[in-house]
Design a protein around this ligand. Structure first.
Ligand code: EPZ
Length: 420
Protein backbone atom coordinates (compact mmCIF):
# COMPACT_ATOMS: atom_id res chain seq x y z
CA UNK A 1 0.00 0.00 0.00
CA UNK A 2 1.54 3.36 -0.99
CA UNK A 3 1.35 6.00 1.74
CA UNK A 4 0.38 8.71 -0.73
CA UNK A 5 -2.08 9.26 -3.56
CA UNK A 6 -1.97 11.45 -6.66
CA UNK A 7 -4.53 14.24 -6.97
CA UNK A 8 -5.34 15.55 -10.46
CA UNK A 9 -7.63 18.47 -11.13
CA UNK A 10 -8.48 17.83 -14.78
CA UNK A 11 -10.12 19.38 -17.84
CA UNK A 12 -7.08 21.58 -18.59
CA UNK A 13 -5.18 21.41 -21.92
CA UNK A 14 -1.48 20.46 -21.72
CA UNK A 15 0.61 23.13 -23.42
CA UNK A 16 4.35 23.56 -24.01
CA UNK A 17 7.47 21.46 -24.57
CA UNK A 18 8.86 18.45 -22.72
CA UNK A 19 11.96 16.28 -23.12
CA UNK A 20 11.43 12.51 -22.94
CA UNK A 21 13.70 10.36 -20.74
CA UNK A 22 15.88 7.41 -21.70
CA UNK A 23 13.99 4.17 -22.24
CA UNK A 24 12.93 2.01 -19.29
CA UNK A 25 12.55 -1.23 -21.27
CA UNK A 26 15.86 -0.73 -23.04
CA UNK A 27 17.73 0.21 -19.84
CA UNK A 28 16.57 -2.89 -17.95
CA UNK A 29 18.13 -4.97 -20.75
CA UNK A 30 21.25 -2.90 -21.53
CA UNK A 31 22.36 -2.73 -17.87
CA UNK A 32 22.48 -6.57 -17.50
CA UNK A 33 24.09 -6.75 -20.98
CA UNK A 34 27.03 -4.74 -19.59
CA UNK A 35 27.93 -7.81 -17.48
CA UNK A 36 29.03 -9.47 -20.72
CA UNK A 37 31.86 -6.94 -21.07
CA UNK A 38 35.47 -7.79 -20.15
CA UNK A 39 36.18 -4.17 -19.22
CA UNK A 40 34.34 -1.33 -17.45
CA UNK A 41 31.51 0.30 -19.49
CA UNK A 42 29.76 3.66 -19.40
CA UNK A 43 26.03 4.04 -20.15
CA UNK A 44 24.26 7.37 -20.82
CA UNK A 45 20.63 8.52 -20.80
CA UNK A 46 19.69 5.93 -18.13
CA UNK A 47 16.41 7.08 -16.50
CA UNK A 48 16.23 7.62 -12.73
CA UNK A 49 13.45 5.09 -12.07
CA UNK A 50 12.97 2.34 -9.49
CA UNK A 51 13.64 -0.51 -11.94
CA UNK A 52 17.11 0.94 -12.63
CA UNK A 53 17.88 1.17 -8.90
CA UNK A 54 16.80 -2.46 -8.39
CA UNK A 55 19.24 -3.50 -11.12
CA UNK A 56 22.03 -1.46 -9.49
CA UNK A 57 21.38 -3.37 -6.25
CA UNK A 58 21.45 -6.71 -8.11
CA UNK A 59 24.70 -5.98 -9.97
CA UNK A 60 26.40 -4.82 -6.76
CA UNK A 61 25.14 -7.91 -4.91
CA UNK A 62 26.76 -10.01 -7.69
CA UNK A 63 30.08 -8.22 -7.08
CA UNK A 64 30.14 -5.74 -9.97
CA UNK A 65 31.02 -2.09 -9.26
CA UNK A 66 28.24 0.32 -10.29
CA UNK A 67 28.08 4.13 -10.05
CA UNK A 68 25.03 6.04 -11.20
CA UNK A 69 24.45 9.79 -11.26
CA UNK A 70 20.69 10.58 -11.52
CA UNK A 71 21.58 14.16 -12.49
CA UNK A 72 23.68 13.28 -15.54
CA UNK A 73 21.87 9.92 -16.17
CA UNK A 74 25.35 8.42 -16.51
CA UNK A 75 26.11 4.90 -15.21
CA UNK A 76 29.55 3.30 -14.88
CA UNK A 77 29.60 -0.49 -14.62
CA UNK A 78 32.77 -2.48 -13.88
CA UNK A 79 31.83 -6.16 -14.34
CA UNK A 80 35.41 -7.39 -13.95
CA UNK A 81 34.85 -7.88 -10.20
CA UNK A 82 31.75 -10.00 -10.75
CA UNK A 83 31.83 -12.99 -8.39
CA UNK A 84 28.30 -14.40 -8.11
CA UNK A 85 25.68 -15.93 -10.38
CA UNK A 86 22.74 -16.27 -7.95
CA UNK A 87 19.91 -13.72 -7.81
CA UNK A 88 17.44 -14.54 -5.01
CA UNK A 89 13.71 -13.84 -4.94
CA UNK A 90 14.23 -10.93 -2.52
CA UNK A 91 15.69 -9.09 -5.52
CA UNK A 92 13.74 -10.54 -8.48
CA UNK A 93 10.36 -9.87 -6.83
CA UNK A 94 11.18 -6.15 -7.05
CA UNK A 95 11.50 -6.13 -10.83
CA UNK A 96 10.04 -8.48 -13.44
CA UNK A 97 12.73 -7.86 -16.02
CA UNK A 98 15.34 -9.33 -13.66
CA UNK A 99 15.03 -12.36 -15.97
CA UNK A 100 17.62 -10.68 -18.23
CA UNK A 101 20.22 -11.60 -15.60
CA UNK A 102 19.88 -15.22 -16.74
CA UNK A 103 21.03 -14.52 -20.30
CA UNK A 104 23.70 -12.07 -19.14
CA UNK A 105 25.18 -14.36 -16.44
CA UNK A 106 24.99 -17.39 -18.74
CA UNK A 107 26.74 -15.41 -21.44
CA UNK A 108 29.49 -14.24 -19.11
CA UNK A 109 30.04 -16.99 -16.54
CA UNK A 110 28.29 -20.05 -17.99
CA UNK A 111 26.03 -20.28 -14.94
CA UNK A 112 22.94 -18.45 -13.70
CA UNK A 113 20.60 -19.18 -10.81
CA UNK A 114 17.77 -16.62 -10.86
CA UNK A 115 14.51 -16.79 -8.91
CA UNK A 116 11.34 -16.33 -10.91
CA UNK A 117 10.18 -12.71 -10.54
CA UNK A 118 6.89 -11.87 -8.87
CA UNK A 119 3.58 -12.41 -10.61
CA UNK A 120 2.20 -9.80 -12.91
CA UNK A 121 -1.27 -8.34 -13.04
CA UNK A 122 -1.49 -8.17 -16.84
CA UNK A 123 -1.20 -11.84 -17.56
CA UNK A 124 0.49 -15.15 -17.00
CA UNK A 125 3.84 -14.23 -18.66
CA UNK A 126 5.64 -17.61 -18.77
CA UNK A 127 9.34 -18.12 -19.64
CA UNK A 128 9.04 -21.19 -21.83
CA UNK A 129 10.51 -19.48 -24.89
CA UNK A 130 13.47 -18.11 -22.92
CA UNK A 131 14.20 -21.62 -21.62
CA UNK A 132 13.72 -23.16 -25.08
CA UNK A 133 16.34 -20.74 -26.39
CA UNK A 134 18.88 -21.41 -23.63
CA UNK A 135 18.48 -25.18 -24.13
CA UNK A 136 18.89 -24.77 -27.90
CA UNK A 137 22.27 -23.20 -27.10
CA UNK A 138 23.22 -26.43 -25.38
CA UNK A 139 22.94 -25.20 -21.81
CA UNK A 140 21.30 -27.27 -19.08
CA UNK A 141 18.25 -25.51 -17.65
CA UNK A 142 16.38 -26.73 -14.58
CA UNK A 143 13.38 -25.13 -12.91
CA UNK A 144 13.33 -26.02 -9.23
CA UNK A 145 11.42 -24.24 -6.47
CA UNK A 146 10.60 -21.21 -8.58
CA UNK A 147 14.27 -20.79 -9.49
CA UNK A 148 15.68 -21.07 -13.02
CA UNK A 149 19.12 -22.70 -12.89
CA UNK A 150 21.02 -22.58 -16.21
CA UNK A 151 24.55 -23.81 -16.69
CA UNK A 152 27.01 -24.66 -19.45
CA UNK A 153 28.95 -22.92 -22.20
CA UNK A 154 26.59 -21.71 -24.89
CA UNK A 155 27.17 -23.28 -28.28
CA UNK A 156 25.79 -21.38 -31.29
CA UNK A 157 22.60 -22.85 -32.76
CA UNK A 158 19.29 -22.05 -34.46
CA UNK A 159 16.41 -20.91 -32.20
CA UNK A 160 12.85 -20.73 -33.55
CA UNK A 161 10.54 -18.88 -31.17
CA UNK A 162 7.05 -20.44 -31.06
CA UNK A 163 5.66 -16.98 -30.46
CA UNK A 164 7.13 -13.51 -30.80
CA UNK A 165 8.65 -12.52 -27.44
CA UNK A 166 10.61 -9.37 -26.66
CA UNK A 167 12.15 -10.76 -23.48
CA UNK A 168 12.90 -14.13 -25.03
CA UNK A 169 14.60 -12.52 -28.04
CA UNK A 170 16.79 -10.28 -25.86
CA UNK A 171 17.57 -12.95 -23.24
CA UNK A 172 18.75 -15.51 -25.80
CA UNK A 173 20.70 -12.77 -27.61
CA UNK A 174 22.57 -12.07 -24.34
CA UNK A 175 23.38 -15.76 -23.85
CA UNK A 176 24.51 -16.12 -27.50
CA UNK A 177 26.70 -12.99 -27.75
CA UNK A 178 29.82 -14.84 -26.47
CA UNK A 179 28.77 -18.38 -27.43
CA UNK A 180 31.06 -20.77 -29.30
CA UNK A 181 29.97 -20.40 -32.93
CA UNK A 182 26.98 -18.65 -34.50
CA UNK A 183 23.33 -18.43 -33.53
CA UNK A 184 20.29 -17.51 -35.62
CA UNK A 185 17.09 -16.35 -33.91
CA UNK A 186 14.00 -17.01 -36.05
CA UNK A 187 10.59 -15.38 -35.48
CA UNK A 188 12.40 -12.80 -33.34
CA UNK A 189 10.71 -9.71 -31.90
CA UNK A 190 11.50 -6.40 -33.65
CA UNK A 191 10.96 -3.74 -30.94
CA UNK A 192 13.27 -0.68 -30.99
CA UNK A 193 14.88 -1.69 -27.72
CA UNK A 194 15.95 -5.01 -29.20
CA UNK A 195 17.92 -3.02 -31.78
CA UNK A 196 19.30 -0.88 -28.94
CA UNK A 197 20.61 -3.92 -27.02
CA UNK A 198 22.17 -5.34 -30.20
CA UNK A 199 23.79 -1.98 -30.99
CA UNK A 200 25.19 -1.81 -27.47
CA UNK A 201 26.70 -5.32 -27.73
CA UNK A 202 28.12 -4.47 -31.16
CA UNK A 203 29.61 -1.26 -29.70
CA UNK A 204 31.59 -3.54 -27.34
CA UNK A 205 32.86 -5.61 -30.27
CA UNK A 206 29.99 -8.08 -30.55
CA UNK A 207 28.69 -9.32 -33.89
CA UNK A 208 24.87 -9.15 -34.13
CA UNK A 209 23.12 -8.57 -37.43
CA UNK A 210 19.44 -8.30 -38.31
CA UNK A 211 18.15 -6.89 -35.01
CA UNK A 212 14.87 -5.15 -35.81
CA UNK A 213 13.92 -7.89 -38.27
CA UNK A 214 12.43 -11.30 -37.49
CA UNK A 215 15.78 -13.05 -38.11
CA UNK A 216 18.79 -12.12 -35.98
CA UNK A 217 22.26 -13.55 -36.66
CA UNK A 218 24.74 -13.59 -33.77
CA UNK A 219 28.38 -14.63 -34.21
CA UNK A 220 29.77 -15.45 -30.76
CA UNK A 221 32.92 -13.50 -29.79
CA UNK A 222 35.40 -14.38 -27.05
CA UNK A 223 35.94 -10.86 -25.73
CA UNK A 224 33.94 -7.63 -25.42
CA UNK A 225 35.78 -4.32 -24.89
CA UNK A 226 34.79 -1.12 -23.09
CA UNK A 227 32.08 1.05 -24.58
CA UNK A 228 30.37 4.35 -23.88
CA UNK A 229 26.77 3.91 -24.99
CA UNK A 230 23.64 6.10 -24.80
CA UNK A 231 20.32 4.23 -24.71
CA UNK A 232 17.42 5.31 -26.94
CA UNK A 233 14.61 7.52 -25.66
CA UNK A 234 11.57 5.87 -24.09
CA UNK A 235 9.11 4.88 -26.84
CA UNK A 236 6.26 4.28 -24.39
CA UNK A 237 6.80 7.48 -22.41
CA UNK A 238 6.79 9.36 -25.72
CA UNK A 239 3.50 7.70 -26.64
CA UNK A 240 1.97 8.31 -23.23
CA UNK A 241 2.81 12.04 -23.45
CA UNK A 242 1.43 12.20 -27.03
CA UNK A 243 -1.83 10.63 -25.83
CA UNK A 244 -2.06 12.96 -22.80
CA UNK A 245 -1.58 15.97 -25.08
CA UNK A 246 -4.30 14.80 -27.47
CA UNK A 247 -6.67 13.69 -24.69
CA UNK A 248 -6.56 17.17 -23.09
CA UNK A 249 -6.90 18.86 -26.51
CA UNK A 250 -3.62 20.61 -25.86
CA UNK A 251 -0.56 21.56 -27.88
CA UNK A 252 2.62 19.78 -26.78
CA UNK A 253 6.02 19.27 -28.40
CA UNK A 254 7.92 16.20 -27.19
CA UNK A 255 11.66 16.66 -27.66
CA UNK A 256 14.45 14.08 -27.77
CA UNK A 257 12.22 11.29 -29.11
CA UNK A 258 12.46 9.10 -32.24
CA UNK A 259 9.35 9.71 -34.41
CA UNK A 260 9.86 6.55 -36.47
CA UNK A 261 9.34 4.49 -33.29
CA UNK A 262 5.91 6.10 -32.87
CA UNK A 263 4.41 5.48 -36.33
CA UNK A 264 1.54 3.18 -35.30
CA UNK A 265 0.35 5.63 -32.61
CA UNK A 266 0.85 8.66 -34.87
CA UNK A 267 -1.27 6.99 -37.55
CA UNK A 268 -4.06 6.31 -35.02
CA UNK A 269 -4.03 9.88 -33.71
CA UNK A 270 -4.22 11.24 -37.27
CA UNK A 271 -7.12 8.83 -37.95
CA UNK A 272 -8.89 10.40 -34.94
CA UNK A 273 -8.42 13.87 -36.36
CA UNK A 274 -5.61 14.86 -33.99
CA UNK A 275 -2.82 17.00 -35.45
CA UNK A 276 0.67 15.40 -35.30
CA UNK A 277 3.77 17.11 -36.71
CA UNK A 278 7.10 15.24 -36.80
CA UNK A 279 10.65 16.56 -37.06
CA UNK A 280 13.99 14.71 -36.70
CA UNK A 281 13.89 14.33 -32.93
CA UNK A 282 10.58 15.79 -31.83
CA UNK A 283 6.85 15.32 -32.26
CA UNK A 284 4.24 18.06 -31.85
CA UNK A 285 0.72 16.94 -30.94
CA UNK A 286 -2.00 19.55 -31.34
CA UNK A 287 -5.67 19.26 -32.09
CA UNK A 288 -7.37 20.55 -35.22
CA UNK A 289 -10.86 19.28 -34.70
CA UNK A 290 -13.00 16.89 -32.63
CA UNK A 291 -11.72 13.41 -31.93
CA UNK A 292 -13.29 10.57 -33.85
CA UNK A 293 -13.57 7.08 -32.33
CA UNK A 294 -11.13 4.54 -33.80
CA UNK A 295 -10.45 0.81 -33.51
CA UNK A 296 -7.18 -0.36 -31.95
CA UNK A 297 -5.64 -3.82 -32.16
CA UNK A 298 -2.39 -4.35 -30.24
CA UNK A 299 0.38 -6.21 -32.05
CA UNK A 300 4.09 -6.77 -31.83
CA UNK A 301 6.24 -3.95 -33.22
CA UNK A 302 5.75 -2.22 -35.64
CA UNK A 303 2.08 -2.77 -34.75
CA UNK A 304 0.25 -0.77 -32.08
CA UNK A 305 2.15 -1.36 -28.80
CA UNK A 306 0.29 -3.18 -26.03
CA UNK A 307 1.96 -0.79 -23.55
CA UNK A 308 0.05 2.12 -25.13
CA UNK A 309 -3.30 0.30 -25.27
CA UNK A 310 -4.15 1.35 -21.73
CA UNK A 311 -3.52 5.12 -22.01
CA UNK A 312 -5.07 5.07 -25.50
CA UNK A 313 -8.25 3.40 -24.31
CA UNK A 314 -8.52 6.06 -21.60
CA UNK A 315 -8.50 8.75 -24.30
CA UNK A 316 -11.08 6.86 -26.40
CA UNK A 317 -13.64 7.12 -23.57
CA UNK A 318 -14.35 10.69 -24.76
CA UNK A 319 -13.95 10.16 -28.53
CA UNK A 320 -16.98 10.77 -30.75
CA UNK A 321 -18.54 7.37 -31.45
CA UNK A 322 -17.77 3.78 -30.47
CA UNK A 323 -14.19 2.45 -30.39
CA UNK A 324 -13.25 -1.23 -30.34
CA UNK A 325 -9.97 -2.11 -28.58
CA UNK A 326 -8.56 -5.62 -29.09
CA UNK A 327 -5.68 -6.63 -26.78
CA UNK A 328 -3.87 -9.55 -28.44
CA UNK A 329 -0.61 -9.70 -26.42
CA UNK A 330 -1.64 -10.11 -22.78
CA UNK A 331 -4.65 -11.90 -21.28
CA UNK A 332 -5.52 -9.41 -18.59
CA UNK A 333 -4.70 -5.88 -19.64
CA UNK A 334 -8.09 -4.13 -19.20
CA UNK A 335 -8.04 -3.64 -15.41
CA UNK A 336 -7.88 0.13 -15.81
CA UNK A 337 -11.23 0.21 -17.65
CA UNK A 338 -13.55 -0.52 -14.69
CA UNK A 339 -11.68 2.23 -12.80
CA UNK A 340 -12.32 4.72 -15.62
CA UNK A 341 -15.96 3.56 -15.77
CA UNK A 342 -16.25 4.90 -12.20
CA UNK A 343 -15.49 8.31 -13.76
CA UNK A 344 -18.45 8.04 -16.14
CA UNK A 345 -17.00 6.13 -19.09
CA UNK A 346 -19.25 3.65 -20.98
CA UNK A 347 -17.27 0.46 -21.53
CA UNK A 348 -18.16 -3.17 -22.21
CA UNK A 349 -15.49 -5.87 -22.00
CA UNK A 350 -15.86 -9.12 -23.91
CA UNK A 351 -12.71 -11.24 -23.15
CA UNK A 352 -9.87 -9.60 -25.12
CA UNK A 353 -12.07 -6.85 -26.59
CA UNK A 354 -13.25 -3.60 -25.03
CA UNK A 355 -16.12 -1.68 -26.64
CA UNK A 356 -15.93 1.97 -25.65
CA UNK A 357 -18.89 4.29 -26.32
CA UNK A 358 -17.52 7.83 -26.17
CA UNK A 359 -19.11 10.17 -23.61
CA UNK A 360 -19.02 13.97 -23.55
CA UNK A 361 -17.63 14.24 -20.01
CA UNK A 362 -15.69 12.30 -17.40
CA UNK A 363 -15.89 13.25 -13.71
CA UNK A 364 -13.05 12.95 -11.22
CA UNK A 365 -13.30 10.02 -8.77
CA UNK A 366 -11.09 7.94 -6.46
CA UNK A 367 -9.45 5.16 -8.55
CA UNK A 368 -6.68 2.60 -8.00
CA UNK A 369 -3.72 1.74 -10.22
CA UNK A 370 -3.08 -1.99 -10.75
CA UNK A 371 0.03 -1.88 -12.94
CA UNK A 372 2.36 0.63 -14.59
CA UNK A 373 0.45 1.37 -17.78
CA UNK A 374 -2.96 1.06 -16.11
CA UNK A 375 -1.73 3.82 -13.81
CA UNK A 376 -0.74 5.89 -16.83
CA UNK A 377 -4.26 5.37 -18.20
CA UNK A 378 -5.75 6.69 -14.95
CA UNK A 379 -3.51 9.76 -15.17
CA UNK A 380 -4.77 10.42 -18.72
CA UNK A 381 -8.38 9.98 -17.57
CA UNK A 382 -7.76 12.29 -14.60
CA UNK A 383 -6.30 14.95 -16.90
CA UNK A 384 -9.45 14.73 -19.07
CA UNK A 385 -12.02 14.66 -16.25
CA UNK A 386 -13.87 17.58 -14.68
CA UNK A 387 -13.12 17.90 -10.97
CA UNK A 388 -10.52 16.01 -8.95
CA UNK A 389 -9.34 12.45 -9.51
CA UNK A 390 -7.53 10.62 -6.70
CA UNK A 391 -5.18 7.84 -7.85
CA UNK A 392 -4.29 5.26 -5.21
CA UNK A 393 -1.22 2.98 -5.52
CA UNK A 394 0.60 5.57 -7.70
CA UNK A 395 3.89 3.81 -6.97
CA UNK A 396 3.16 1.63 -9.99
CA UNK A 397 3.33 4.78 -12.15
CA UNK A 398 6.27 6.57 -10.63
CA UNK A 399 8.40 3.37 -10.76
CA UNK A 400 8.40 3.29 -14.56
CA UNK A 401 8.01 6.92 -15.68
CA UNK A 402 10.84 9.29 -14.73
CA UNK A 403 9.49 12.45 -12.98
CA UNK A 404 6.09 12.14 -14.71
CA UNK A 405 4.28 14.46 -12.30
CA UNK A 406 6.95 17.17 -12.73
CA UNK A 407 6.79 16.83 -16.52
CA UNK A 408 3.00 17.11 -16.56
CA UNK A 409 3.08 20.10 -14.19
CA UNK A 410 5.55 21.82 -16.53
CA UNK A 411 2.88 21.41 -19.24
CA UNK A 412 0.23 23.06 -17.05
CA UNK A 413 -1.34 20.02 -15.37
CA UNK A 414 -2.65 20.39 -11.84
CA UNK A 415 -1.21 17.19 -10.36
CA UNK A 416 0.21 16.69 -6.88
CA UNK A 417 0.81 14.11 -4.16
CA UNK A 418 -1.08 13.92 -0.88
CA UNK A 419 -0.23 11.67 2.03
CA UNK A 420 -2.92 9.15 2.91
C1 EPZ B 1 8.22 -6.70 -22.70
O1 EPZ B 1 7.73 -7.70 -21.80
C2 EPZ B 1 8.01 -5.38 -22.01
N1 EPZ B 1 8.78 -5.35 -20.78
C3 EPZ B 1 6.54 -5.18 -21.71
O2 EPZ B 1 6.39 -3.89 -21.15
C4 EPZ B 1 5.77 -5.23 -23.03
O3 EPZ B 1 4.38 -5.12 -22.75
C5 EPZ B 1 6.06 -6.54 -23.75
O4 EPZ B 1 7.49 -6.70 -23.92
C6 EPZ B 1 5.40 -6.61 -25.12
O5 EPZ B 1 5.87 -5.54 -25.90
C7 EPZ B 1 10.12 -5.11 -20.87
O6 EPZ B 1 10.66 -4.89 -21.94
C8 EPZ B 1 10.87 -5.07 -19.56
P1 EPZ B 1 6.94 -10.70 -24.31
P2 EPZ B 1 8.04 -9.26 -22.11
O7 EPZ B 1 7.91 -11.76 -23.93
O8 EPZ B 1 9.37 -9.36 -22.74
C9 EPZ B 1 4.09 -14.45 -23.95
C10 EPZ B 1 5.75 -2.30 -19.56
O9 EPZ B 1 4.65 -1.88 -19.20
N2 EPZ B 1 5.32 -15.21 -23.68
O10 EPZ B 1 7.09 -10.03 -25.64
O11 EPZ B 1 7.77 -10.02 -20.89
C11 EPZ B 1 3.76 -13.45 -22.83
O12 EPZ B 1 3.03 -14.07 -21.81
C12 EPZ B 1 5.93 -3.78 -19.78
O13 EPZ B 1 6.77 -1.60 -19.76
C13 EPZ B 1 5.25 -16.60 -23.64
O14 EPZ B 1 4.19 -17.18 -23.82
O15 EPZ B 1 6.90 -9.57 -23.21
C14 EPZ B 1 2.94 -12.42 -23.56
O16 EPZ B 1 1.61 -12.86 -23.64
C15 EPZ B 1 4.66 -4.57 -19.51
N3 EPZ B 1 6.38 -17.30 -23.38
C16 EPZ B 1 3.57 -12.40 -24.96
O17 EPZ B 1 4.30 -13.64 -25.09
C17 EPZ B 1 7.60 -16.68 -23.17
O18 EPZ B 1 8.60 -17.37 -22.95
C18 EPZ B 1 4.53 -11.26 -25.19
O19 EPZ B 1 5.48 -11.31 -24.14
C19 EPZ B 1 7.65 -15.27 -23.23
C20 EPZ B 1 6.50 -14.56 -23.49
Amino acid sequence: MDDYKLLISGDRPLMGEIRVSGGKNTSVAVIPAALLCDEPCQLENIPDIEDVHVLIDILRMLGAKVDYDPATKRMNIDPTTLSGFTVPYSYTQRMRASYYLIGALLGRTGEAEVAYPGGCSIGNRPFDQHIKGFRALGTEVEERGAVIHARGRAIGSGVFFDRITVGGTINVMLAAAKAEGSTILYNAAREPHIVDVANFINSMGGSIKGAGTDTIRIRGVSRLHASNYAVIPDQIETGTLMIAAAATRGDVTIRGCIPTHMESLTAKLLEMGVGVKESDDSIRVHTFRGQRAVNVKTQEYPGFPTDLQQPMSAMLTMAKGTSVVNETIFENRFKHLPEIARMGAHIRILEQTAIIDGVSELFGAPVTATDLRAGAALVVAGLMAKGTTEIYEPGYITRGYERLEEKLRSLGADIRRERI
